[in-house]
Write a protein that binds this ligand. Structure first.
Ligand SMILES: NC(=O)c1ccc[n+]([C@@H]2O[C@H](COP(=O)([O-])OP(=O)(O)OC[C@H]3O[C@@H](n4cnc5c(N)ncnc54)[C@H](OP(=O)(O)O)[C@@H]3O)[C@@H](O)[C@H]2O)c1
Length: 209
C-alpha cells in the first residue's frame, strides 16, 4: 500500500501502476513469498480491475494455485487467470446458477469450482475444503473488501505490508481495508521490518499466535 494507505492511485485504477514506484529487488522478494505459498488468493474485484497473472516470474520457483472468491460470478471470461492454462480455483456460493459457472469454465480444464456458503462465500468452509485438498499455506494479495472480510473473520495469522513510497492524495482510491460494517479491533506484533529496494516492508504476526 501507499504511504497514505491506498491499494492503488484511484478508484478503478489498476494497482499495477504501483509497480512503477519500486524495482526488481522488491519484485524478486515478493515473488519468492509467492513461490513459498501453496495458494494465492485475490478477490473478484481485483481480477476485474487488475487482470493479474498471480504467477512467480521474478525468481525460479513454482507458482501457487490461484484462488478467487466471487459471489456474483461476474468475471471477465478473457481474464488471464482463465486463459493462460494454469490452475485457478473459483470459490462460489451455492446460490450461484450452474449456467454462470459453465460460462466461466467451459473448455477450461484448469479452472476448478468449489462451492462454499449459501448466498455468500463462507471462508471458514473454503479454507477447510482447501486443506482437505492438501493445501496448507495461502497468501492473500487483496483487494480491500476481501481483506476486510478475512480480518473480520479472524482468518489471517501473518501480515506483510509493503509501504510503497508515494502519497496518492486520492479521496476515493481503495484503502487497505474496506469493511462494510463495524470492525473488530485486532492487535498485531511487529515481527520484522526491512528496507527492500528502498521500500519499507513490515511483517506482523497475530498477537498470541
Ligand atoms: N496494492 C495491492 O497490493 C493490491 C492488491 C490487490 C488489489 N488491489 C486493488 O484493490 C482494488 C480491488 O479491491 P476491491 O475491494 O474492489 O475488490 P476485492 O476485495 O479484490 O474483491 C471483492 C470481491 O470479492 C468477492 N467476494 C467473494 N466472497 C466475498 C465475501 N464473503 N466477502 C466479500 N467479497 C467477497 C466479491 O466478488 P463479486 O463482486 O464477484 O461477487 C467481492 O465483490 C483494485 O483497485 C485493485 O487494484 C491492490
Amino acid at each position: 500500500m501507499t504511504i497514505d494507505g491506498r491499494l492503488s492511485t484511484g478508484p478503478g485504477v489498476s494497482s499495477q501502476v504501483l509497480f512503477g514506484f519500486y524495482g526488481d529487488e522488491l519484485s524478486r522478494w515478493f515473488h519468492q513469498r509467492r513461490a513459498e505459498s501453496d495458494l494465492i488468493m485475490v478477490g473478484a474485484g481485483t481480477v476485474r480491475v487488475d487482470n493479474p497473472q498471480l504467477t512467480v516470474r521474478h525468481v525460479d520457483g513454482p507458482s501457487p494455485v490461484r484462488v478467487v472468491p466471487t459471489i456474483s460470478g461476474d468475471l471477465p471470461t478473457e481474464a488471464t487467470i482463465f486463459t493462460d492454462g494454469l490452475p485457478t480455483i473459483l470459490i462460489v456460493p451455492e446460490a450461484l446458477p450452474e449456467q454462470t459457472i459453465r460460462s466461466l469454465t467451459a473448455n477450461r480444464p484448469a479452472v476448478q469450482v468449489l462451492r462454499a456458503g449459501e448466498s455468500r462465500v463462507d471462508f471458514d468452509k473454503t479454507f477447510a475444503m482447501l486443506a482437505g485438498l492438501g493445501y496448507s499455506t495461502l497468501m492473500v494479495e487483496g483487494g480491500s473488501r476481501l481483506l476486510a472480510e478475512l480480518f473480520a473473520a479472524d482468518l489471517i495469522d501473518r501480515l506483510i505490508v509493503k509501504h510503497i513510497p508515494i502519497v496518492t492524495g486520492s479521496r476515493d482510491a481503495p484503502t487497505f481495508l474496506s469493511a462494510a460494517g463495524s470492525f473488530p479491533l485486532s492487535r498485531w506484533n511487529l515481527a520484522r521490518c526491512n528496507s527492500i529496494g528502498g521500500v519499507a516492508v513490515t511483517e506482523y504476526s497475530k498477537a498470541g499466535v
